[in-house]
Design a protein around this ligand. Structure first.
Ligand SMILES: [Zn+2]
Length: 507
């Protein structure tokens, strides 16, 4: 037995990661992102010290990552692309690269582009050529375009929604890349099948059927001899682009026909489940949710789902707030309601100038997304001002009203934040002196409840509120997606006639 030769594969690392709603008027700018280069970029990977990882020369280029939000302002994107391409070019010229780790979301939108990730990997390929092994990691709410598929050799995505396995997915993408390079196995074969389904994450959580069952096929597929990875993208519903749809990709060291049959079989299983996808919680209009909440169990949660910043909502739509300001049970002080949260730096500034314990007039929200129905005037006592770990200031406003010439507190707390924020964890509330477990009703800009909130809720409904990430997809009026597409087309005859096709590339 001869010991393997010691050589150090050279692997570039780059990517831009954001989930963008194209139905929201907001844009994403550089300040919305955390940009890392050099060692800071590599420090994102906690497995750097593992032996397999140490055998690779990871070469950081640029990585930019933001919370879900709007479409990226074009000059910001162009500058990062130029930096990535120049960086990759310089590394490749210095000594040819062996691999590249492409760390993206898959639902990034950029002004004027319909497939930003596909365009970027195509441009990178023009520099590194066809032989360098490219490994891709994405969010399962990303889209698998043909360009992205063509540009990558190893393709994987998260397998859990909520995304408890986000880091594990990146590690898998890097590990598989390292192993293929060190073993000299080179590129596996790959097969892609698109499925004409476009659904919100709130119908496709892997905690419930049918997604739970469809994703649980992955360990069986991966246990088959020769299979490297099996990946299933739900796709991203809140962008209007031809690439937006579900997809599966299987990568394997298998004969092309065998791999293709395997991939088509899995895709067909998903397609056959098309009528099973339901919302993770009961849904209703905001009006009906409030009426129901009067007698529901406490704490009662209402998801203001159409403006969920976690999916790309503007985070300042006032539809829910407007309804709360007209909801007698809380305005009379009978019920304590927490309304979290509106991205509104101006109102935070007014709160800071007013000071805790004092009353002032505010015009809250509707400054980014002024539809439905726009800024809300209210008078409130500043009851708390706090900073979050990202350095953004937030304020709790207890709405007051005048009764017989005297200002009295209502039961409504409205939280305004200087930066985009989501109240998905108990600690985020506690930093502002709020305890959702003690409240009667919590109206939160979110879709499915994140683990902390899920654990404490006694009753929960999802309000189908309008906004950039409206759960009622039909209302959004997509123009560019392929048809037929579930749920936009529902004629059973048309859907039954759909045939799935595989795009398969051999070794
Ligand atoms: Zn996601």
């Amino acid at each position: 037995m001869v010991l393997p030769k010691i050589w150090r594969p050279r692997v570039a690392v780059c990517g831009i990661h954001i989930e963008s709603s194209t139905f929201s008027p907001q844009l994403a700018y550089e300040h919305d992102f955390t940009v890392t280069r050099g060692e800071a970029l590599l420090n994102r990977f906690s497995w750097r010290e593992e032996t397999w990882s140490q055998a690779i020369d990871w070469l950081p280029v640029l990585h930019a990552r933001a919370l879900p939000g709007g479409v990226i302002h074009r000059p910001v994107f162009d500058a990062w692309v130029a930096e990535i391409l120049e960086g990759v070019k310089a590394l490749h010229a210095e000594k040819p690269l062996d691999g590249l780790f492409f760390d993206v979301h898959g639902a990034m939108s950029v002004e004027g582009l319909l497939d930003a990730e596909g365009d970027l990997i195509t441009a990178i390929r023009e520099i590194i050529g066809p032989d360098v092994l490219v490994s891709l990691s994405t969010d399962l709410h990303g889209n698998m375009s043909e360009a992205l598929f063509n540009g990558c050799d190893l393709l994987t995505t998260y397998r859990m929604a909520p995304h408890e396995d986000a880091l594990e997915s990146r590690r898998r993408a890097m590990y598989n890349l390292a192993m293929r390079l060190l073993s000299g196995q080179g590129k596996p074969a790959k097969s892609l099948v698109h499925i004409p389904i476009l659904l919100p994450g709130e119908k496709t959580s892997t905690r419930i059927e049918p997604a739970k069952r469809l994703y649980s096929r992955i360990p069986y597929l991966e246990a088959l001899p020769g299979v490297v990875d099996a990946a299933f993208w739900i796709g991203f519903a809140w962008a209007d682009q031809p690439r937006c749809k579900a997809a599966v990709v299987v990568t394997a060291d298998l004969p092309q026909e065998e791999l293709e049959a395997l991939t088509l079989d899995w895709a067909q299983e998903i397609w056959d489940a098309r009528d099973e996808f339901e919302f993770v919680a009961p849904v209703d209009s905001m009006e009906n949710c409030l009426q129901w909440a009067e007698t529901a169990q406490r704490p009662t949660f209402i998801s203001d789902s159409g403006d969920n910043p976690g999916a790309g909502g503007a985070n300042d739509v006032t539809y829910a707030l407007h309804h709360l300001l007209n909801w007698e049970p809380t305005m009379s002080g009978k019920l304590h309601t927490i309304c979290v949260s509106l991205h509104d730096a101006e109102s935070v500034a007014v709160a800071v100038a007013t000071g805790v314990g004092n009353i002032a007039d505010f015009v809250v929200g509707g400054k980014i997304d002024s539809r439905w129905p726009g800024p809300q005037s209210l008078r409130a006592k500043v009851s708390f001002i706090g900073d979050d770990p990202l350095g953004s200031t937030s304020a709790v406003l207890r709405v007051v009203r005048t009764v017989d010439g005297v200002e009295v507190e209502t039961g409504l707390d409205v939280v305004v934040t200087k930066g985009r924020n989501q109240f998905g964890a108990l600690a985020t509330f506690q930093r502002l002196g709020l305890d959702p477990r003690e409240a009667d009703v919590v109206v939160v800009k979110i879709g499915y409840l994140e683990p902390d909130l899920y654990a404490m809720h006694k009753d929960w409904k999802m309000a189908l509120t309008p906004g950039g990430v409206d759960q009622d997809l039909i209302r959004l009026d997509h123009k560019l997606i392929n048809r037929p597409m579930v749920p936009f087309d529902c004629d059973p005859e048309v859907l039954d006639a759909v045939e799935l096709h595989a795009i398969t590339v051999g070794r």
